[in-house]
Design a binder for this molecule. Structure first.
Ligand code: G3P
Length: 212
């Protein structure tokens, strides 16, 4: 199971990388907009720290412009994966880019049918947004189950990224289902390590040791 950080903040990335559990990073235009500086420079700095797949999203909506943008982004580092939204233009661009060997993370996926098309177009990664589905009372986990089964049924090579993670329970659910990758905010990474019984246990052990 691979764990990615969903952020463009270099401090957060450096910290989780130091934990020794970080496999990659996903960004999106909202996350990049929170950081100072040039977009490409930010992605380069992230790639230098992570040395694993780093998703950077295109801003164009037309397929030929997406392709041009993706080619430029992919020159930043061998680790760059280009994020492309799941639209008709996005599919066209994904087909061209995947044939050129540029890895695509097809994003903003909310249904199994969108995932089928993304996989057929050659997307290396497929990102269903679980939290945003949950937000509208449409259980995102059901979409994850369907997509995993479909990928398995047809031996597609695309990997599923469980995205829009809101809490550690999403990570547990993803792992139980055998999801290839989960991308989560720094807050959720921090919550995963916490358990009150661990803190109480440490305190008790140390107190007992002092009494010796
Ligand atoms: O990776 C996708 C993610 O950034 C979306 O998360 O929390 O904005 O729904 P959220």
């Amino acid at each position: 199971m691979k764990l990615y950080l969903d952020t463009a903040n270099l401090q957060e990335i450096k910290e989780i990388a130091q934990w020794g559990v970080l496999d990659g990073v996903t960004t999106n235009p909202t996350l990049i907009s929170r950081e100072e500086g040039d977009y490409r420079k930010i992605l380069k700095e992230i790639c230098d720290v992570v040395k694993g797949p780093v998703s950077g999203e295109v801003l164009s909506l037309k397929s030929d412009e997406m392709v041009a943008e993706a080619r430029e982004l992919s020159k930043i580092s061998e680790h760059i994966v280009v994020k492309i939204p799941c639209t008709v233009d996005g599919l066209k661009a994904t087909r061209i880019l995947s044939q050129e060997g540029i890895r695509v993370n097809m994003t903003l996926i909310f249904s199994a049918n969108q995932a089928i098309l993304a996989a057929k177009a050659g997307a290396s990664f497929i990102s269903p947004f679980v939290g945003r589905l949950d937000d509208i009372a449409n259980p995102g986990i059901e979409v994850i189950k369907d997509i995993l089964e479909i990928l398995n049924n047809y031996d597609f090579s695309s990997q599923l990224i469980f995205a829009s993670v809101r809490h550690p329970e999403h990570v547990r659910q993803a792992a139980i289902l055998g999801t290839h990758i989960v991308t989560m905010p720094y807050r959720v990474f921090s919550l995963m390590i916490k358990h009150p019984l661990t803190d109480i246990g440490i305190e008790r052990f140390l107190n007992d040791w002092k009494k010796r």
